[in-house]
Write a protein that binds this ligand. Sequence first.
Ligand SMILES: C[S@@+](CC[C@H](N)C(=O)[O-])C[C@H]1O[C@@H](n2cnc3c(N)ncnc32)[C@H](O)[C@@H]1O
Length: 242
Amino acid sequence: MAENGRVWQTNTLVHTYLTGVRGAIPHANEQIEVMLRLIRAAGVPVNRFLDLGCGDGILGRAILQQYPQAQGVFVDFSEPMLAAARERLGDEGDTAVILADYGEPGWTEKLDGPFDVVVSGYSIHHQPDARKREIYAEIYDLLRPGGVFINVEHVASADAWVESVFQDLFVDRLYAYQQANGSTMSREEVDRTFYSRPDKVANILAPVEEQCRWLRAIGFAHVDCYLKIFELAVFGGVKVGD
Ligand SMILES: C[S@@+](CC[C@H](N)C(=O)[O-])C[C@H]1O[C@@H](n2cnc3c(N)ncnc32)[C@H](O)[C@@H]1O
């Protein structure tokens, strides 16, 4: 079930993530602010955007708030996640919610490109590195010249010590978030649950520097890691005009 992130197709993990984990991600608001700032700075008219591995559509909904006239395409391979996305989107704006597995070559045929913006949140790291690179190239092909790709992503730590500092921070945040939402779990229990979480084995983390090199090799310009706290990075690039 862990293979290539398929654990995300279960109701239990979707519920745990949406109610107990997403709200605890350190600097999640800043990540979204940086994403929106980059989209603005790219200067492309935002008429169509894609939220890839959208979950409940948190990133795409932030874009819709800024660009209410834009058409938003929300893609995920998890039915329960798409149900949450549909519920949260309600009848907001012009949106399409599409079931597709971007791990499978040919997934882009389900979409009607091009897009001005492609965003992805904590999703592509479930693919092996070779497939990640191919997906980045497929995203490049989906973008219109001038378009921008922003990946808000879980990336590899430099070493085990840095990883342990990150995990300690994340457990602190999870504990505080869950306490604020009425949980009676001790920090030790939160820590144990975090280490045995079902999605952990589905993670295939790659260093952000390496992923930025892949993006440059594909042809993206202005590639950088724009924001990073330990394993949480905002990186991407712009497809320069022809
Ligand atoms: C950790 S959640 C992140 C959800 C949301 N983007 C966010 O920022 O909160 C990862 C999401 O990626 C989706 N996902 C993982 N692998 C996928 C694939 N191969 N194709 C489509 N969606 C995928 C999962 O179903 C899940 O909704």
